[in-house]
Design a protein around this ligand. Structure first.
Ligand SMILES: NC(=O)c1ccc[n+]([C@@H]2O[C@H](COP(=O)([O-])OP(=O)(O)OC[C@H]3O[C@@H](n4cnc5c(N)ncnc54)[C@H](O)[C@@H]3O)[C@@H](O)[C@H]2O)c1
Ligand SMILES: O=CCCC(=O)O
Length: 494
């Protein structure tokens, strides 16, 4: 239970039209696996237990890997068209059950039902996208310099993939990886975030219904044994790739554990996104962009603005407009239709937000909207002015609803300050000067740039970071590359 009593004490959970989507077992070889050792999953808004799932260990993970390895032998031989058809059916099943899946997502993660519906559609879009990529896994022919030889390449699936997921997008982070893996011909063993296993399990129920063959998709739920489960996935030689989304600290550990078997690696890690507002920006658009980028998921997305830099000429006006909008937000349970922002995931997240706020205020920052913990896992969306580089928010990802506003004077200065971080996931800026738009886009050290845009995520576009924010790209025409090897064939003796 949460340390502090929540100000939301009770709520009516909407009834699922199809209650069989709510599963409380792990999923291996298309079978539901129970275990006497279980862990509880809480509604982060009330602290009440939603249910319990098996606490799987290294041995059970090994069994799931064996199953995935067996299934790989046949799944990898299917045609792109067969994989297309199954992914498309899975996409259709998700969209047909959007409301139930959104209800499960809100219940375990806390985001509002509107956001959860959006995540289900966003998550499903990766299956539609990768269904269409499965039939376009083209190789190449290479003009040969040798008269009696022909050169060509084909793409082949890497093998069974170990997937470890965060709590903040229980559906979309899964589908962004699983869509690419299945399209390429790989099988998967997934460890969902311990706070949010039910979305992953509901997707498995749909996978089984639409005919994804046994062993292609497997889910092991784990809490107490998570380090052992992770180690098994990273060291087992039958797992050929690790795909992780989560914090940079855990990503580095998994990468080092995977080195012994030289696995292919995808890492979608933490960020510290700068959001820059230049004097020449459309200020209202910049305010809307900052609200969307900073407060999506109550500040718990890896691409959330973390450091908001505003040029001195528009600083006061921007701060006033942003604070007025933030003061209108309604914090509450995600199932309440009036709620604009749900709770944080747990008490540790609240403590981090409080620590960042206290640190800023103790060094001279001023709260101009919000600023209070509301009990349980709730924290008011907050705007703080007078931020300086010695404050924790300048260096650390808050992963919560504090918009800290820093002031700057010149373009050269702000590029240097924006890039002065080991992270490089997303970066945003607002300007109406077309020359500046090019210059700044090119100079920001990040995998993704929002130039006059606060929401950048899409299945059509490559998602990923540079520096310590990760390796690889998800979604887009590049997403499947992380799950294939390129094989060169030299045909001689012509
Ligand atoms: N770049 C991206 O695409 C992206 C997307 C979402 C979240 N994130 C990042 O994720 C973080 C928040 O998510 P989180 O709190 O769930 O991250 P986390 O790193 O604490 O946990 C992520 C997953 O790793 C598991 N895990 C923890 N310790 C492990 C170990 N020793 N071995 C194996 N697995 C282990 C957790 O159970 C969870 O499933 C933030 O830093 C955020 O920026 C990045
Ligand atoms: O939290 C990070 C991923 C969110 C997204 O895909 O936009």
């Amino acid at each position: 239970m949460s340390a502090t009593k929540s100000f939301v004490t009770s709520v009516t959970v909407p009834k699922l039209s199809d209650p069989t989507l709510f599963r409380q077992e792990a999923f291996v070889n298309n079978e539901w696996i129970s275990k006497t050792e279980t862990f509880g999953v809480e509604d982060p808004a009330t602290g009440k237990e939603i249910g319990r799932v098996p606490d799987m260990d290294a041995k059970e993970t090994r069994q799931a890997i064996e199953v995935a390895n067996g299934a790989f032998k046949t799944w990898s031989k299917t045609t792109g068209k067969q994989r297309h058809d199954l992914l498309k059916k899975w996409y259709d099943a998700i969209m047909a059950n959007q409301e139930d899946l959104a209800t499960i997502l809100t219940w375990e993660n806390g985001k509002t039902l509107a956001e959860a519906r959006g995540e289900i559609a966003y998550g499903a879009s990766f299956y539609e996208w990768f269904a269409e990529e499965a039939v376009r896994m083209y190789g190449t022919t290479i003009p040969s310099p040798m008269p009696n030889q022909r050169y060509l390449t084909i793409k082949q699936p890497v093998g069974p993939v170990g997937i470890i997921l965060p709590f903040n997008f229980p559906t979309a982070m899964l589908t962004r990886k699983v869509g690419a893996a299945l399209a390429a011909g790989c099988t998967v063993v997934i460890k969902p975030g311990a706070e949010v296993p039910y979305s992953a399990l509901a997707l498995c129920e749909l996978a089984k219904r639409v005919g994804i063959p046994a062993g292609v998709v497997n889910v092991v739920t784990s809490l107490e044994h998570v380090a052992d489960v992770g180690k098994e996935l990273c060291t087992n030689p039958d797992v050929k790739k690790i795909s992780f989304t989560g914090s940079t600290a855990v990503g580095k550990l998994l990468m080092s554990q995977s080195s012994g078997t030289m696995k292919k690696i995808s890492m979608e890690l933490g960020g510290n996104a700068p959001f820059i507002v230049f004097d020449d920006a459309d200020l209202d658009a910049a305010v809307e962009g900052a609200l969307a980028s900073k407060f999506r998921g109550t500040g718990q997305t890896c691409v959330c603005a973390n450091r908001i830099y505003v040029q001195s000429g528009v600083y006061d006006e921007f701060a006033k407009k942003l604070a007025a909008k933030v003061a209108d937000f309604k914090v509450g349970h995600g199932f309440d239709a009036n709620t604009t922002h749900g709770p944080l995931i747990n008490s540790r997240a609240v403590e981090k937000v409080q620590r960042h706020l206290d640190d800023a205020v103790s060094k001279g920052a001023k709260v101009v909207a919000g600023g209070k913990a509301l009990g349980g896992n709730f924290f008011e969306p907050t705007v703080v002015t007078g931020m300086t580089n010695d404050m924790a928010i300048a260096d650390e990802e808050t992963f919560g609803p504090i918009a800290g506003l820093f002031s700057f004077d010149t373009e050269e200065e702000i590029i240097r300050r924006a890039n002065d971080t080991p992270f490089g996931l997303a970066a945003y800026f607002y300007s109406r000067d077309v020359g500046r738009v090019w210059r700044v886009s090119e100079q920001l050290e990040s995998g993704m740039v929002g130039a006059n845009s606060g929401i950048i995520s899409s299945c059509y576009a490559p998602f990923g970071g540079v520096k310590e924010s990760g390796l690889g790209r998800e979604g887009s025409l590049h997403g499947i590359d992380d799950y294939v090897h390129i094989k060169y064939i030299n045909m001689g003796g012509l």
